[in-house]
Design a protein around this ligand. Structure first.
Ligand SMILES: [Zn+2]
Length: 314
């Protein structure tokens, strides 16, 4: 079995992340628990086995050793420790994986002040987005606020299970509903502005909602973080589609809609369908083509291709 990954060794070698921290975190987690959140495992002798998440197969050749704290696939030869697994399955970098696992087990991973500032900022934006999502979803369920959007979804043939899977919602048609909701939840106006959810009024007198009377699509990354939103106008407003602006958490040219929902099917089929629109993507998922993703109104970029290639290598 191969230990860790090349990126990890390089960083450790540069002294940015000590071997000691890495080992302490590894000692606190059980690779079987972590892998078990992504792969259905069953016991086979001393090991656990399951269908490999990194290549297509019908009988399990993917195995996890609790005693060695390693995974290995006899089919595609993927293998490594818990950090290598998470990095490969989520697309996160080694330092990101280390930090997230460290947070979970209460071990702080040292970072530069610039990194800390950037990460703290991204984390706050994620929290604002998460709060906004619950608000959009509760609007859609509301008998009055959600009526137009629900009728529209029915007309487009979108089923309730799809609405839930893609966490669709609706923004209210007054101009301050989300502003007030986020303020009540204790979020600062400046974080809500950075998240692209509210905008200062031109006269300097307060704020208004950026998304107004729109069906809301939730954009998540492979770590299931809510990184941004796309809104389709309900009625005649312009523009027809509006996306969150780029933020410390969200880069349009690197993000694909429905990637989180499609990842497993992309790995399984080693194929990906790329469409342009939110509706095309969710309609294809609903029709059983779960390996579909959408660009966010941008052309396909080199970064998109790189992100997809990791999961489709034959
Ligand atoms: Zn494999």
């Amino acid at each position: 079995m191969r230990d860790g990954n090349v990126g990890a060794e390089t960083l450790v070698g540069r002294g940015l992340i000590s071997d000691e921290i890495k080992n302490r975190i590894r000692d606190r987690v059980d690779i079987a628990d972590v892998v078990g959140q992504h792969v259905s495992l069953r016991r086979a002798g001393q090991n656990l086995v399951g269908l490999c998440p990194f290549h297509q197969e019908k009988s399990p050749s993917f195995s996890v050793s609790s005693s060695k704290q390693m995974f290995y696939c006899f089919g595609c030869k993927a293998g490594g420790d818990v950090f290598a697994f998470l990095s490969k399955v989520t697309g996160a970098t080694f330092p990101e994986v280390l930090r997230e696992l460290g947070d979970k087990v209460g071990i702080a991973v040292e970072e530069s002040p610039a990194e800390r500032g950037q990460r703290g900022h991204a984390h706050r934006i994620e929290e604002v987005n998460q709060a906004a999502l619950t608000w959009f979803q509760s609007n859609l369920r509301d008998s009055q606020l959600g009526a137009t959007a629900r009728e529209y979804l029915i007309r487009r043939g979108i089923q309730q299970s799809t609405v839930e899977m893609f966490r669709l919602g609706v923004s209210s048609s007054d101009w301050e509903g989300l502003c007030k909701f986020l303020a009540r939840k204790g979020f600062s106006a400046s974080d809500s502005v950075t998240a692209g959810l509210i905008t200062p009024r031109p006269n300097g007198n307060g704020y208004y909602d950026k998304f107004h009377g729109r069906l809301m699509f939730t954009i998540t990354d492979l770590r299931k973080r809510v990184v941004g939103f796309g809104g389709r106008v309900l009625g005649d407003g312009m523009p027809k589609y509006l996306n969150s602006p780029d933020t410390p958490l969200f880069k349009k040219g690197q993000t694909l809609f429905a990637f989180e929902q499609a990842r497993e099917a992309i790995v399984r089929t080693k194929t990906v369908i790329i469409v342009e629109g939110y509706f095309d993507a969710i309609a294809l998922h609903q029709a059983g083509l779960a390996h579909t993703v959408a660009t966010l109104g941008t052309a396909l970029t080199a970064e998109h291709v790189q992100a997809l290639r990791r999961f489709t290598e034959r």
